[in-house]
Design a protein around this ligand. Structure first.
Ligand code: FES
Ligand code: FES
Length: 238
C-alpha cells in the first residue's frame, strides 16, 4: 500500500513538479519526452520498473553517484610493547615499607585485603557509601574502596591492624568495647578509624558535631548511640 503511494508520488504527478526541484526535473525536455505510460483512466501508472526505465533513458540517473561512498574503516590500534596496565608503587603500610606491583585498577582496599591479607579493613558497599573501608593515608581518613594503589606512591597508610593490637588496644578500641559500640562488628574497624581521625580534626564538642563528623560511617546494627558514647569518652579524656 505504502509502496504504491510512493510510486504515485514520483515523476508524472503534480506533487512531483511542485516539490522535487532536483536533478530528476532539471531538464524540461526530459519530462516532456519521457512521460510514463498512462493508465486507461488517464492517471499516470508508475511501477518501480517503469520509473527506472524512464530515469535511465532520460539520463536523470547520471546525476547520481556511480558508486556508494565507502563505509568508514575503524582506525587501527596503536602499536606498543609496554604493558602500561601494571604499575609498581612503593608505600608504607602500618610502618612497613611495601613495593606493590599491581594492576593499575587495583583499589587500595583490595590491595590491603588481597595482597597484604590485612582483612581488618572491610568491604561493605565498595562505592564510597558505607565507610567500612576507612583507613588513614598520611593521617587523614579515606575510603580505601575509592582510592587506587597507583595514587599512593610514597604515602603512609594505617589500617585498624596498625592502630592497636589485642594486647595493646588503642583507647578508642577499648572504649568501643567498654560502651558496647558494636554488635556484628562489620562496620567497627571503619568506625574506629574514622573516630581516630576525628580526634585530630576541628570537630565541635557536642554529640551532634560527632554524629555529623561520623555520618560517613554506616552501622546497619544501629549502634550509633554507643559509638558516640565511646568517642565522647576518649575526647573527654584529652
Ligand atoms: S566499602 Fe568503601 S565506603 Fe563502603
Ligand atoms: S555493628 Fe553491625 S554494622 Fe555496625
Amino acid at each position: 500500500m505504502r509502496e504504491n503511494q510512493q510510486e504515485q508520488d514520483f515523476p508524472g504527478t503534480d506533487r512531483r513538479s511542485d516539490t522535487h526541484d532536483n536533478a530528476l526535473h532539471s531538464s524540461p525536455t526530459v519530462v516532456e519526452n519521457a512521460n510514463p505510460p498512462a493508465s486507461p483512466n488517464g492517471v499516470p501508472h508508475l511501477t518501480r520498473r517503469s520509473f527506472l526505465m524512464w530515469a535511465g533513458s532520460s539520463g536523470a540517473l547520471g546525476a547520481l553517484p556511480a558508486t556508494a561512498p565507502a563505509a568508514p574503516v575503524a582506525a587501527s590500534a596503536p602499536g606498543g610493547t609496554v604493558d602500561d596496565s601494571i604499575v609498581t608503587v612503593r608505600l608504607t603500610v602500618n610502618d612497613i615499607t611495601q613495593e606493590a606491583t599491581v594492576d593499575v585498577r587495583t583499589s587500595l582496599l583490595d590491595y590491603l585485603r588481597e595482597n597484604l591479607q590485612l582483612t581488618g579493613t572491610k568491604k561493605g558497599c565498595d562505592h564510597g557509601q558505607c565507610g567500612a573501608c576507612t583507613v588513614h593515608v598520611n593521617g587523614r581518613r579515606v575510603n580505601s574502596c575509592l582510592s587506587l594503589v597507583a595514587m599512593h606512591e610514597g604515602d603512609s597508610v594505617t589500617t585498624i591492624e596498625g592502630l592497636g593490637t589485642p594486647d595493646r588496644l588503642h583507647p578508642l578500641q577499648a572504649a568501643f568495647v567498654a560502651h558496647d559500640g558494636l554488635q556484628c562488628g562489620y562496620c567497627t574497624a571503619g568506625q574506629i578509624m574514622s573516630a581516630a581521625a576525628l580526634l585530630t580534626e576541628p570537630c565541635g564538642r557536642t554529640d551532634a558535631d560527632v554524629k555529623e563528623a561520623m555520618s560517613g560511617n554506616i552501622c546497619r546494627c544501629g549502634a550509633y548511640s554507643n559509638i558516640v558514647a565511646a568517642i565522647r569518652q576518649v575526647r573527654d579524656a584529652d
